[in-house]
Design a protein around this ligand. Structure first.
Ligand code: TXA
Ligand code: MG
Length: 327
C-alpha cells in the first residue's frame, strides 16, 4: 500500500512571518489537529473584531483562546483542581475548557462576547504550537470557515471560503481529528458538556470522576431511536445541499455519504466515511467529504446512520446541525 504523503510543513521563516502578521493585528489561518483555525491576536479589540467580520459571525458567539502552555492558560483564567486534572490529561489536545477570566486577563472582551468566562485550549499540532510560541500571545481562533458553513480540514478549504479575507494561510495538511474540540464548561459546580468533539466525553468523565451535565439538544449516549428534534438545533456546518440523516437506501438523484461499505447498487455521487466502520476515520473524513459532495451540486446529501458512541457523538452532532432547518 502506498504510504500517505508526509504532511506539508511551513518553513520556520514562514511561521515567523505569520506570527509577525498576527502581532500586527492581521488574520492568519493555521492547521490544528481538529480543524483549521482563523487566528487573531486575542489581546487586540480590532483584530478580534476583524475575525467576526471575516467569518460573518454573530458577535454574541464567543471565541476559543489558543495558548501554547498551561502556564500561559493560567495567566488568563482561573483553574481549579478539576480543570488542572483535565488539562494534564487532555492537553495538548481536542478539549476546550470554559473557565472564569482572571481579573487582569489581557484578552479582549469581544473574544468572550462580554462574558466573564473564557474558553481556552492548547492545540496538538506542531505548526499551531510553533505559531503560538512565535506570536508569544494568546490567539483567538474559530474554525476558518464562513459562519454556519462546513468547517475546514484542509488549507484549500480555507482558501476557498476566506481566501481574500486572510493575510496568511499556513498549510499543515489534513487535520488529523477532523471535528472541533469538545467544549466543557467548568464555571459551575457541575461540569457541563457544551459541545461534543474530538475528546471522548466518557474519557472526560473518567478523568473527572463525575458525570458531565448535558444541556438539552446535545446528542449523547447510545440513545438509539431517540433522534433529537431538529427544531431545537441551530443550523450550522451546513453545505449548500439539503442533508437527510439515518439513510440506509439513498433515493435516486441523492448523493450518499456512507458508513461501512457503499450499497452495491448505488451509482450516484457518493463516498464512505469509513469502509471499515472506524469512527476516527469517519470524523477525519466528515467535513472534506461533505464539501466534496456539495461541489457536485446535488440537491440532497443522504447520510448513513452513525453509531452514537465515542467520536460518533461529535459526528452526529455536526450532521444534525447540517440537517437542521436553515434560517
Ligand atoms: O477545535 C476547535 O475548537 C477549533 C480549532 C480552531 O481550535 N475552534 C473552534 O472554534 O471550533 P469555534 O469558534 O468554531 O467554536 C467555539 C465554540 C462555540 O460553540 C462557542 O459558543 C464556544 O466554543 N465558546 C467559546 N467561548 C465560550 C465561552 N466563554 N462560554 C461558552 N462557550 C464558549
Ligand atoms: Mg466553527
Amino acid at each position: 500500500m502506498a504510504r500517505p504523503a508526509p504532511a506539508p510543513s511551513p518553513s520556520r521563516a514562514r511561521i515567523a512571518a505569520a506570527a509577525r502578521a498576527l502581532r500586527a493585528g492581521r488574520l492568519v489561518a493555521f492547521p490544528t489537529e481538529t480543524v483549521y483555525g482563523l487566528g487573531a491576536d486575542a489581546t487586540s479589540d480590532a483584530a478580534v473584531a476583524a475575525i467576526y467580520a471575516a467569518k460573518g459571525r454573530p458577535r454574541f458567539n464567543p471565541l476559543i483562546v489558543h495558548v501554547d502552555t498551561l502556564a500561559a492558560a493560567e495567566r488568563l483564567v482561573v483553574f481549579d483542581a478539576r480543570a488542572r486534572r483535565l488539562a494534564r490529561r487532555f492537553w495538548p489536545g481536542p478539549l476546550t475548557l470554559v473557565l472564569p477570566r482572571r481579573a487582569r486577563c489581557p484578552v479582549s472582551w469581544l473574544a468572550s462576547a462580554g462574558l466573564d468566562c473564557l474558553a481556552v485550549r492548547i492545540p496538538d499540532h506542531d505548526v499551531a504550537r510553533a505559531l503560538l510560541r512565535a506570536a508569544a500571545r494568546p490567539v483567538v481562533a474559530p474554525s476558518a470557515n464562513r459562519s454556519g458553513r462546513v468547517s475546514p480540514t484542509r488549507a484549500e478549504h480555507v482558501a476557498r471560503d476566506l481566501g481574500r479575507r486572510v493575510d496568511t494561510i499556513l498549510d499543515g495538511g489534513a487535520s488529523r481529528v477532523g471535528v472541533e474540540s469538545t467544549v466543557v464548561d467548568l464555571t459551575g459546580p457541575r461540569a457541563v458538556l457544551l459541545r461534543p468533539g474530538g475528546a471522548d466525553p466518557g474519557a472526560i468523565e473518567a478523568a473527572l470522576g463525575a458525570r458531565l451535565r448535558r444541556p438539552r439538544g446535545i446528542a449523547t449516549g447510545p440513545a438509539r431511536g431517540a433522534p433529537r428534534a431538529p427544531g431545537q438545533l441551530a443550523s450550522h456546518y451546513a453545505p449548500r445541499a439539503a442533508v437527510r440523516l439515518g439513510v440506509r437506501h439513498p433515493r435516486p438523484g441523492e448523493a450518499y455519504l456512507g458508513f461501512g461499505p457503499m450499497p452495491a447498487n448505488f451509482a450516484g455521487p457518493g463516498a464512505t466515511l469509513s469502509a471499515r466502520r472506524d469512527l476516527g476515520e469517519a470524523a477525519a473524513n466528515l467535513f472534506a467529504m461533505l464539501r466534496a459532495l456539495d461541489r457536485r451540486r446535488v440537491t440532497t446529501i443522504a447520510v448513513a446512520p452513525i453509531p452514537r458512541r465515542g467520536l460518533g457523538l461529535a459526528i452526529n452532532d455536526r450532521l444534525a446541525r447540517a440537517a437542521a432547518p436553515r434560517p
